[in-house]
Each structure stands twice: as C-alpha cells, then as structure tokens.
Design a protein around this ligand. Sequence first.
Ligand SMILES: [Zn+2]
Length: 349
Amino acid sequence: MLTLHNPLHHLHQGRHEMFRGRLVPCHETPQRLDHVLAELQRRSLGPLRTPADDVEGLDAGLAQIHSPRYLHFIEHAWEEWIALDPLNAAQDALPSVWPAPGMRFDVLPDSFAARMGLFSFDAGTPLTAGSWAAAHAGAACAITAAREVASQRVRSAFALSRPPGHHAGADFFGGYCFLNNAALAAQALRDGGARRVAVLDVDYHHGNGTQAIFYERSDVLTVSVHGDPRTEYPFFLGHADERGAGAGEGCNLNLPLPRGTGFVRWREALHCGLAAIRAFGADTLVVSLGVDTFEGDPISGFLLRGPDYLQVGHDIASAKLPTVFVFEGGYAVDEVGMNTVNVLEGFGA
Ligand SMILES: [Zn+2]
C-alpha cells in the first residue's frame, strides 16, 4: 500500500463549529491525521510519500469536478474575510444565511456573507486561513494516488489527507469538506484509462457530494453505506430510492441503516454494496474510508469495534480491484489511527 499524505493538512485547523445553537470546538482536527500517520509508520504498511509541490494538471483536475466560480471563491475567501475587517483574522468564517429553494442560485452576490451561504450547506465547516492550501494539497494526494494506481505502478494506494471530501459537491462545501477527494480520484482513474469506476463510501455519513457529482453519469457507480438520513447528517440526501438519473439511472446505491446498527448488519449492507459493484462491472475502486462507524465515535451512531475493521478491509479486498482509499471521517481521535490502519491491513496492504 502506497500512502500519499498531505504535508499541509495542519494549515486547516478550525476553531469552532455550530452545534445546537452554540459554537463548540471542531471535531475535525489535525490530530486525527497525525494518529493515522503514526500508526501507518508503526506497522510499516508500505511506502509513505508526499505528492510533488506542482502536480501536473492539478487545477485542470479540480475543474473537472468543481465549478469555476466555486473554486475561485474558496481560493480567495480568506482574503475577502479579513478584508472585511482585519480583526476577522482572529476568527474563522462561518456561513449564517442560505438560499432556499425558489431563490436565485445563478446570480453571484457581491456580499461575502451571501456567497458563503450560496456555496455551503451548513454552519459546521469553518473556513480558515489555511483551508484552501490544505484542501488543495489534499486534492494533489488524491489525484496522485489515483494516477499511481491507474498506471499500474501500484495495485492500491491511500490518500491520507484532511480536510475530508465526500460532503463537498461541485459548487458547495459542508460537512468539514471543501474539495471532493474521492470524486477527484475517480475522475483521475477514468482519465488514466479505467472504464468503469465504483466509489464505495463506508463513512458513517452519506457521501452526498460524491453522489451529486456523479448522479447522472453511467461510468461511475456510487455506493454508500451510512446512517439513515431521516435522523442522521447530512439529512437531505442518502435515501434508498435515490438510484441515479438520466444516463446515470441505476448507477447510485444508498444503503441507509438505523442508528445503533452493529457490525453483523452493517457487514450485510457492505456485501450488498460489493455485489452491486461486481454487477456494475467496475474495473477500479475508490473507497471513501471513514471510520466514524466506530462504537466510540462522538458524533455518530454505529457500533463497529476495532477488530471489525480488519474484516472490513478483507471484505473490500474480495472485490479484487485496483483500489484507491481516500481518508474521510472518524472522530474518536485516540482510535482513528488503529481503526483506519486495520482496514488497510485487512485489505492486505
Ligand atoms: Zn462521517
């Protein structure tokens, strides 16, 4: 297993997120990645690399997945934020107003606050001084990992980066995510010669951004096993009847499970997802690897235990596909390293 890790991830360090009417400390912290990296080194699971500073075609790759106006906004948002008031440098930017259905999404407001809302869907994702730099370097990890696999230099690779990506859509951030690393990897695999790519999202939360990006495409199957959106974030997408649209009809599979689900039932859903990937005829796999399915996760509700993740990796390996893993959620900080690396070890890294 080749790991591409993001040396700039720590530049994104949110101070607060909105929760039940209060600003609370962010769950998505740099320590998460540090623990995974330390565990990877401890178990010697394969080479560790950082991507080149100037990954060729990176911005073109970003533009295949995200809209130009969104990329421009995220890249320059911090400059705008402190231009409003130099004192803003001491606090993160959070959105507080959003367009509702029936309002205009096509007109770009001049107001910074309005554009923060236009390009986001929650108040849990602080935009900080280093968010763009960290997310941009993370995208380089994902695309490089995909290219290594597409070129068959390695059979599997792990893009170890934060902020995570699977909640970010073509033109919005949210759920701690700014750039959709799994989607970037899937597209890079297609560009590298893969014909049919499957994205398997095993994070506790539905991968709404990834689903939305590929919803009308027939060359990328999206499968997500997650907490039922009737009660679980991101609430407004992730139901079982969302099967894709247009050319992508039948190319999206959601497997929502109730809060409190344990490993036996969760694993049945995973096997259902893997069967769909086989039936689709995927030749390459991207795994959105979140381990917030862990029983001790502070913001999630499944009951997987540490050793279960070895089995998860083993089961994913049964697909026998070249695979790119992309790091997503997992907020039980002390266990996130062990659980994540268990999946990779079980996969047979
Ligand atoms: Zn999650």
